[in-house]
Write a new protein. Structure first.
Length: 42
């Protein structure tokens, strides 16, 4: 169940919020999101 909620959050909080200009842009933003998700997100 945890994986499903993680992927739902990834889609709603991250993917739908950005218009990625390149794969490198996606990688940089994803790295920041994962850090935020694991360390800062309430």
């Amino acid at each position: 169940m945890k994986a499903e909620s993680t992927f739902k959050a990834l889609k709603t909080e991250f993917i739908k919020q950005y218009d990625f200009k390149s794969i490198n842009h996606l990688k940089l933003e994803l790295f920041d999101y994962v850090n935020w998700y694991n360390n800062i997100r309430p």
